[in-house]
Design a protein around this ligand. Sequence first.
Ligand code: ASP
Length: 337
Amino acid sequence: MSTSMIYFTLMCFPTFAQTSLPLVINTWSFKNATAAAWATLQAGGSVLDAVEKGCDRCQEEQCDGSVGYGGSPDESGETTLDALIMDGNTMEMGAVADLKRVKNAIGVARAIMEHTEHSMLVGESATLFAENMGFVTEDLTTAKSLDMFTQWLKGSCQPNYRKNVFPNPTKSCRPYKPVANTRMEKRLHTNIHSHDTIGIIAFDRYGHVAAGTSTNGLTHKIPGRVGDSPIVGAGAYADSSVGAAAATGDGDVMMRFLPSFLAVEMMRAGTDPSAACEMAISRIKRHYADFFGAIICANATGHYGAACNKVPGLLQFHYMVSNCESDTPLLKSVECF
Ligand code: ASP
């Protein structure tokens, strides 16, 4: 029997009759991240370790180009990172936003949770904190992100997230000056290629849950822009007495509705995970019918679900699951509605 099979047997047997725990579930088909988180649990690591390792695997592999260094250059060509980690037993959390020149955003988020009384640090000050905590600082730009930035400049800085400015931001680059509200048509910028986030939930067999996120945000964002991923209740939320949720998509819109918090509260009221996920998506849809986004939800018995808003480019949402049903991560999908 291989070592990993021995660990699998130890962790999964004897199983608790009413639960399907332990469980790891994460957004998108980031299989190696799921495997890293599951292996961490198998090796006796905590759920926080599992979330951190899963996110870090994506950061190192630059999952989809949307997690970690060298992706989503902002208007000035720089890659900045957002991350969150939350402990569902203690309700402690750490978040970092607009982190510059440090690759391991989830590690910095965890350091904020474990070495400060704060919940979130941002920007250059977060980088300084990270340096003081021993994280290496380095340029996050790669040939690929530089090329994306160059092409964006050549293409008159499109897509572009400014509005009510002169010159017309749908045609011209900066500098811009504010102008009176011109009632510009609402623009749909986001597509499946301009962003993604790893959002991950890990339960141990005793029902302790942690959740986390890591992303480099939105391609060509305005410098200083922070998405939903590091915002607690938006990007992710965890409460061991109920379950956890994690979201991905158009963070500028999604953060206005705290979908992860809403989904957890729905599960607290007895809603099953799939329906809780659908309710969180429906709430946003009511106001922004064409937003790009999805959410995963899992409850304290290890049942899980997902939901997504049906828009061109997102008809089906893929996510990954590891539990005692299989020693390898399972690719799951849900039809968007
Ligand atoms: N939610 C992320 C953000 O807006 C991106 C994504 O998950 O697609 O920064």
